[in-house]
Each structure stands twice: as C-alpha cells, then as structure tokens.
Design a binder for this molecule. Structure first.
Ligand code: ZN
Ligand code: FE
Length: 255
C-alpha cells in the first residue's frame, strides 16, 4: 500500500502529488516532467503510474517526456483527447495503484472531462482543479449544476478524507470566503493558520473533507449567510443552492 504522499512544486502554484510505496512511485497531474525527474532521482524512485485529472496543460505537459523514460501506465479521462493515456477511466472505475485501491468519480465543471481519484485505503482524494481548499475551479467548460453535483460527491465522502488539490490557492480563496461568510469562526481561524503558513512559505495542503465542509462557501450553499450574501451579489431573492453556487462563482471571478 502507498505509505507516503509528497508534493512536488511546479510552475508558480501547482503541486504534483507523488505517491510512494517502497521504491515505487506514481504521480498525479505531472505538468512539468523535469520537476518529477529530479524528485525521482533524488529519492531513488521508479515511476510506475501517472494519474491525470483533466486535459489542461499544467496537468498533462509532462506525460510525453516521462513515458519516454519510464515504462509507466498512464490513467486518465476517457475520450482519447489527451495524448499518452493508455487506460481510460469513467464514473465508478476502480483501479489499483501501488497495491492501493482507487475509485474514480467523474467531476465535470472546471472542464467536461474532469475526473477525481479517491482511495478509501489511504483516506485520500486527488481532486485536480475541481475542489480547492476554500474554493473550487473556474467553470471553463461545465455548468454550475455540474460543478454542484461534482462537489457534492466530495462533501459526502468520509470526513477524515485528506484532500489533495493541485494548486496553492488557499489564501486567496479564504480572503474571498470571508466576504461570503464573515461570521464563520472556523473560517476566520483557518484564515489565520494559512496566513502564517504562507508567511513561512509552507504549503496549506492537504486539506480534509471535514475542514472543507466547515469553511468552503462552494460546499455551503445551504448556509443562511452564504445564501444572503449570494443574493445580495446577484441582486435576486430566493436563490436555490445551484444558483447560489453560480452567483458566488461569478462573484469570485470578478473579485
Ligand atoms: Zn485546470
Ligand atoms: Fe490547473
């Protein structure tokens, strides 16, 4: 079973998560092959699997280079549109990576092809750009309803599930979240914690489902203050949860 999960920083704010079992490793969304190679070399690891969440270049850019050097399986969304994927996954697919079971969720919203990898064996969720700590991905391709359904799949997972997002967006997400829900004490406390982590250049991740359910406005569309402030922003009354998500997504895009 996977015994260790580490972050390889890439570009300005991406994390490439590397899953380790003995001398074997798997990477999630290797946008940058050279960052992965140097981690593998330094830690004497062999790359055995690549997991892809969606087609954006900052998540897929390293596939070709890595597969030219390593005999590695490449898992990713179905559709044939991502070069190098040899095992296409869809809703409820189950795969075994480094002797660890993973369940696949289709999570459209940020993109239409987006999938997420959940493992009950190691209580971990690799959610790409669907869920961020304190926020969610921009709706480049999908609808608010699709994102709402995708986020619901996550919020119903066991509370102890660790959440491995692909970007260090937490602090800016929390700054916005405090506008949406200024009276949330858990959110205020988390903002202070993340501020001091980031002051020391430390990462804010992984998060957890328990924490996200308490602080992430995109998972809290049924909370009164989130609803009221979304309605104020949209200048409309009686918004339903999906409309509240749409309103705060639009608000965040213009924040
Ligand atoms: Zn993306
Ligand atoms: Fe991304």
């Amino acid at each position: 079973m996977i015994s260790n999960i580490e972050a390889i920083p890439a570009f300005s704010d991406n994390y490439i998560w590397i899953l380790i079992k003995g001398n074997s490793a798997a990477v999630v969304d290797p946008g940058d092959a050279s960052a992965v190679e140097s981690f593998l070399n330094k830690n004497n690891l062999n790359l055995e699997a690549i997991l892809i969440t969606h087609h954006h270049f900052d998540h897929t850019g390293g596939i070709t280079e890595l597969t030219s050097r390593w005999k590695t399986k490449v898992y990713g969304p179905k559709g044939g549109h991502i070069k190098g994927i040899d095992s296409e996954l869809s809703e409820n697919s189950n795969i075994k990576i480094l002797d660890t079971q993973f369940h696949i969720f289709e999570t459209p919203g940020h993109t239409l092809d987006h999938i997420a990898y959940y493992s009950r064996d190691i209580d971990s969720l690799f959610c790409g750009d669907t869920l961020f700590s304190g926020g969610c991905g921009r709706l480049f391709e999908g609808t608010p309803l699709q994102m709402f359904d995708s986020l619901n799949k996550f919020s119903n997972l066991p509370e102890k599930t660790k959440v491995y997002c692909t970007h260090e967006y937490t602090l800016s997400n929390l700054t916005f979240a405090l506008e949406v829900e200024p009276d949330n004490v858990d959110l205020k406390k988390y903002f202070e914690e993340v501020s001091s982590l980031r002051d020391s250049n430390l990462m804010s991740l992984p998060s957890s489902i328990n924490l996200e359910n308490r602080i992430n406005p995109f998972l809290r569309t049924s909370v009164d203050q989130v609803k009221e402030n979304a309605e104020n922003y949209a200048n409309k009354q009686n918004l339903q949860p999906v409309e509240i998500l749409a309103a705060i997504r639009d608000w965040k895009d213009n924040f």
